[in-house]
Design a protein. Structure first.
Length: 359
């Protein structure tokens, strides 16, 4: 499919439906030959053909606890997928005997005919398991050095644990592709800290991407207000629930205010909440040179695609796009063709391609 590329940003956008009838799709990855790999939260992984035909669910997934916000969540391809057919996925893993669940990260090999997962192995499991239906986090980013970052929510009922280092709740963790701890992680050798931890004091991060500045960028849900964009530094404490721009549901202060020495302030925040999910830096010039390097974020509650212009790490302009869709946008990715792709979160969710309106 060939499209022209303009020098100026588009005056307006339209969406082209690639696929329909997806049940609460959560993440999309891009397979060779123009195919797509999509996770559905109830516990299915599907291949979508370029013409939109849905494949049968891929076999070989481990048991998934599809409760509340949990289920099968993010999926990403290994940077060397063309050679090794390896992928990574995270999910709510049921735990016994306490009946709880935990965000887990697994690796697997997609069979040559893309019908099943082989060599499936859980390489990381959030500790402790918690009896909760909320705040799983679960976005995966492969860094250029081959390590994997995974965002982890604080499971809602355990928010205070986001401030302690003896657990994985409310953390960003960093592991190797085999689940080992990189020797340069910030808390390696600390007897009172789990060595997988990269940063802490997070609430529920559902967007993560490797930035053009060579750093990890994430966003996370605030409570009532206070959604944030962060660039988690090595060992950084992002403050939740001690500091936040949000408040209790129904009103009421949380913590000690919006800032505190020693805690990393967000780069940007939203009040009221937009409920961000999915995140992509646009690297192509498909929409004109002016949009190259912009940050695009999906909004669940806000029901729009958000475009952020940046001056370095400072947001200088915000534009809300595709509000006419009136759809909860769960994932945002740039495809190999340079176009943006979206997933809508619904019982009959869609995979969408974003195009200039005049094409």
């Amino acid at each position: 499919m060939a499209f022209a590329v303009g020098a100026q940003p588009p005056a307006s956008l339209r969406v082209q439906t690639v696929a329909t009838n997806l049940e609460h799709p959560w993440a999309v990855a891009f397979l060779p030959q123009g195919r797509f790999l999509v996770s559905e939260r109830p516990g299915r992984l599907r291949v979508i053909e370029p013409d939109g035909r849905l494949g049968v669910p891929i076999a070989g997934l481990p048991p998934v606890d599809a409760v509340g916000q949990g289920g099968l969540l993010d999926v990403v391809l290994d940077s060397d997928f063309a050679r090794n057919r390896t992928l990574y996925f995270c999910f709510a893993q049921p735990q016994t005997p306490n009946g709880g669940n935990a965000t887990a990260l697994a690796r697997a090999v997609l069979s040559a005919d893309a019908t099943r997962l082989e060599q499936v192995r859980v390489i990381f499991r959030q500790q402790p398991a918690v009896a909760s239906r909320l705040h799983f986090g679960c976005r995966i980013v492969e860094a250029p050095d081959g390590t994997l970052f995974l965002t982890l929510g604080e499971r809602y009922h355990r928010m205070a644990d986001a401030q302690t280092l003896d657990n994985h709740l409310g953390k960003v963790v960093r592991v190797t592709k085999d689940g080992a701890v990189p020797s340069d992680n910030p808390f390696v050798g600390h007897s009172d800290a789990l060595p997988e931890i990269w940063s802490y004091g997070h609430r529920n991060p559902q967007g993560a991407v490797w930035g053009p500045d060579g750093r990890l960028w994430i966003h996370e849900h605030g409570p009532q207000g206070g959604d944030e964009i962060n660039r988690p530094p090595r060992g950084g404490n992002h403050g939740w629930p001690v500091v936040t721009f949000g408040e209790q549901y129904g009103g009421g202060r949380i913590g000690e205010g919006t800032h505190k020495p020693g805690m990393v302030a967000p780069l940007y925040h939203w009040t009221p909440s937009i409920a961000p999910s999915g995140m992509a830096f646009l690297r192509s010039e498909r929409y004109g040179a002016a949009w190259r390097g912009n940050l695009f974020i999906g909004a669940l509650r806000g029901q729009h695609l958000l475009r952020l212009e940046l001056d370095g790490t400072r947001v200088v302009r915000e534009q809300r796009l595709l509000t006419e869709l009136r759809a909860r946008i769960r994932d945002v990715r740039e495809g190999p063709d340079g176009w943006l792709y979206l997933l809508t979160d619904a019982p009959d969710g869609r995979l969408l391609r974003v195009l200039p309106a005049d094409l």
